[in-house]
Design a protein around this ligand. Structure first.
Ligand code: UT7
Length: 341
């Protein structure tokens, strides 16, 4: 180790003695934020050649929230993080790391995570993470590894997206599918052991060869081409059902669990037909699958934490429940996380 590196007063390293018993990352609180304005399918059909019937039948979407100018990626992430901290009964000063998954940051840099850090008055460190709709699962996996390794005790993992700003509003094949919002969880180091809460496994995958079936044809910082989302929906659909089925089976196998052990599926909210297919694969009745796509549409990296937060707050998901989360997005990226609440 570099002896010259000063110890960060706000990083709070875990003493060597405690580091040996590997801690487990426990979901201590959840939070969400949705923009005030919601746009129905009927409203959309006035500006683009579509219909409520088509959108509902093919996707299950009924409306989506669209951010006002002040509802930036950082603004929504901060609100979601505040709610997650309040639910955990924690102060921002206790946060060691902020991991923010987004494909729609407010600026190329500083990372939106650091705008959130400043707004919250948090210490520690933070960074953004790019894995499209799988970003929250990637963030959870990264923070979980840092907690398990004893590097940090507490992390905020946030997914925040303003896809309305990267939509081609003339393309009916994509603009009806997405919405804006943010979701967050507080992860805190806890004790590992059978039946105790915490993240039990994470599995991440990507296949860069499939980059051209879902991408943004530009970038933040390019005034000439900030970029619009482009998707071959049919191809993505095909891969989503296959890859997500594989990753939920993988999570069960890694934990030696039968599918009957799963209390809740909290899936990425891209399409009701994909969600139903994965729920069926797990043998879960519809009421054990948390589905928000009808009201939120696809909020990319925010969709899983928003759905988790909703089901925790309305009392469906209870302490001790086994929750399987999964997502797939541009890249392609995909993955799953299994957690006992
Ligand atoms: O979050 C990242 C992961 N994303 C996903 O998982 C999305 C995966 N893909 C999907 O959910 C579906 O493929 C879509 C919802 C995007 C499309 O559904 P589909 O059943 O695959 O429809 P399609 O693309 O095959 O299009 C069928 C027809 C086409 O017309 P023709 O060529 O058959 O005459 C489209 O032009 O529907 C037409 N269409 C529409 N019609 C009315 C496409 N979009 C619309 C629309 N309104 N908004």
């Amino acid at each position: 180790m570099d002896q010259q590196t000063p110890t960060r007063p706000d990083a709070r390293p875990i003493p060597e003695t405690q580091r040996r018993a590997q801690p487990r990352a426990v979901i201590a609180g959840t939070g969400g934020y949705l923009p005030e304005a919601a746009v129905s399918n009927d409203e959309l059909s006035r500006t683009v050649d579509t219909s409520d019937a088509w959108i509902r039948e093919r996707t299950g979407i009924g409306q989506r929230h669209i951010a006002a100018p002040h509802e930036t990626c950082a603004f929504m992430a901060t609100r979601a993080a505040e709610r997650a901290l309040a639910a955990a009964g924690m102060q921002a000063a206790e946060v060691d790391a902020i991991l923010l998954a987004t494909a729609t940051p407010d600026e190329a840099f500083p990372a939106t995570a650091l705008r959130v850090q400043a707004a919250l008055g948090a210490g520690g460190f933070g960074f953004d993470l790019s894995a499209a709709c799988s970003g929250f699962i990637y963030g959870l996996a990264t923070a979980e590894a840092m907690i398990a390794a004893g590097r940090i005790r507490t992390a905020l993992v946030i997914g925040s997206e303003v896809y309305s700003r990267i939509m081609n509003w003339q393309d009916r094949g994509t603009c009806v599918l997405f919405g804006d919002g943010a979701g967050a969880v507080v992860l805190r180091a806890g004790q590992a052991g059978a039946g105790l809460p915490g993240i039990l496994s994470v599995h991440l995958h990507s296949d860069g060869r499939l980059g051209d079936i879902l991408y943004v044809d530009g970038a933040v910082g390019r005034r000439d081409k900030p970029g619009h989302l482009v998707m071959n929906g049919r191809e993505v659909f095909r891969h989503a059902v296959t890859r997500l089925s594989e990753t939920v089976e993988e999570a069960l196998a890694a934990n030696g669990l039968d599918k009957s052990a799963i209390d809740w599926l909290v899936p990425h909210q891209a399409n009701k037909r994909i969600i139903d297919a994965i729920g069926k694969r797990l043998g879960l009745p519809a009421e054990r699958v948390v589905t928000t796509v009808e009201r939120h549409a696809n909020t990319s990296a925010a969709s899983v934490p928003l759905a988790l937060d909703e089901a925790v707050r309305d009392g469906r998901i209870k302490p001790g429940d086994l929750v399987l989360m999964e997502a797939l997005g541009g890249g392609l990226t995909w993955g799953s996380a299994l957690a006992r609440m």
